[in-house]
Design a protein around this ligand. Structure first.
Ligand SMILES: [Zn+2]
Length: 160
């Protein structure tokens, strides 16, 4: 049986003068302002973790990642993805669709690199990790450049 699940996350940008890097899908985006958060605030990976929880039914982002981050100092969101992958059991990932809402940074120049990074993390072919972005005509805080919102849909095959 094939199933799909959605995950969502958003973060606002750090203040002026912050040296925190921006990470999207595990990729450092050069010249961009970082996002606020206790972890590396990789909004793409956090939304992915939530989508993976939508497949497994086990929430990872929140209590578990807070403990990893605050108690054990694990701020690299790749570790949260690995934790979420470990909950999948026999489910086999098939396709990931990522949608970003932001004004900054421009996603087009880094789109392929982010896709490659997420595909490698999940062991999927590049064609099965897709990414689109919109500024939504500036109608929201994300479109006005205050932060980044991410939606991720994961499809998986599970034994029925
Ligand atoms: Zn987050």
């Amino acid at each position: 049986m094939n199933i799909s699940a959605i995950g969502q996350d958003s973060h606002c940008f750090e203040q002026d003068g912050s040296t925190k890097p921006l990470l999207l899908g595990g990729v450092v985006i050069k010249g961009a302002r970082g996002l606020k958060g206790n972890s590396d605030a990789d909004v793409v990976l956090h939304a992915l973790v939530n989508a993976l929880s939508g497949i497994s039914g086990e929430t990872v982002l929140g209590k578990i990642t807070d403990e990893m981050c605050l108690k054990h100092g694990i701020t690299n969101s790749r570790a949260y993805v690995e934790r979420a992958l470990a909950t999948l059991g026999g489910a086999r990932l098939m396709h990931v669709s990522i949608s970003l809402e932001c004004r900054d940074p421009k996603i087009e120049p880094v789109c392929r690199t982010i896709r490659e990074s997420v595909a490698a993390m999940l062991g999927l072919p590049l064609l099965h990790v897709c990414l689109t972005a919109t500024s939504g005509e500036g109608l929201t805080a994300f479109g006005r450049g205050e932060g980044i919102a991410a939606l991720v849909i994961v499809s998986a095959e599970v034994k029925s």
